[in-house]
Design a protein around this ligand. Structure first.
Ligand SMILES: CC(C)(COP(=O)(O)OP(=O)(O)OC[C@H]1O[C@@H](n2cnc3c(N)ncnc32)[C@H](O)[C@@H]1OP(=O)(O)O)[C@@H](O)C(=O)NCCC(=O)NCCS
Length: 190
């Protein structure tokens, strides 16, 4: 799929742009937190080398057009506070998967709803996708709520189909179509 080379997604309080190497120290503070990766298949970053290895993979995926890896930054000051990815693009049905993380100190302020709603609009209205998908550990209630509030539908539940950090877990399946209603998510003043 032909992807834009320098996409930017803006909301009232956030700017999402492609991740750069200089973002790694700030992203270490996010991904080095065990609570942030608790329901993710990924391990927390223990050293700077873990972040660099992640970034090298992202650059490889970017070169093949496999992933749009955004960093979520605060509009005021530009500090990176999390990430948002569009990946698993499927040209045949014009779909992609979405994944996101946010610094723990900023949870519960409505920021991911705001970031995800804008990413949904970008995916459907700019990229011309027709379907978005997300998968999660069903114990991740905050993530499930974010998806539902932004307009995703819970489409299914796969039992004990995934091994994450040595633990066998279920998977919640979520999907959203271009024509599905898109609730208005107000921007938060931080
Ligand atoms: C999931 C995550 C992105 C949510 O970000 P956030 O900015 O805190 O979410 P928001 O504040 O935008 O919205 C959260 C919604 O979930 C609700 N919520 C928050 N924590 C919750 C919990 N533990 N149980 C149930 N609902 C919860 C909020 O009340 C809000 O719903 P509301 O609009 O009806 O009030 C954040 O917790 C995170 O980064 N977690 C770690 C990484 C992760 O799990 N990523 C997703 C992998 S699938």
């Amino acid at each position: 799929m032909k992807l834009p080379s320098r996409p930017v997604i803006e909301t009232g309080s956030l700017v999402l742009r492609l991740v750069e190497k200089g973002d790694l120290p700030a992203l270490f503070a996010v991904n080095g937190d065990e609570e942030v990766v608790r329901y993710s298949p990924r391990e927390s970053w223990k050293t700077a080398a873990d972040g660099e290895a992640w970034f090298a993979k992202i650059m490889e995926y970017r070169s093949t057009g496999a992933t749009l890896q955004f960093v979520i930054t605060l509009r005021d000051g530009g500090h990176p506070i999390g990430t948002m990815a569009l990946f698993h693009f499927d040209e045949s049905v014009r779909s992609a998967e979405v994944g996101y993380v946010l610094a723990r100190s900023l949870w519960g302020k409505g920021l991911m709803k705001e970031a995800l709603a804008a990413t949904v609009a970008f995916a459907f209205d700019v990229l011309g996708l027709k379907r978005l998908e997300a998968e999660l550990d069903p114990r991740n209630a905050a993530s499930a709520k974010v998806l539902e509030r932004v307009g995703f539908t819970h489409e299914g539940h796969r039992r004990r189909n995934y091994c994450s950090k040595g633990e066998i877990t279920d998977t919640g399946l979520y999907g959203m179509l271009r024509e599905d209603p898109r609730p208005v998510i107000p921007s938060r003043r931080l």
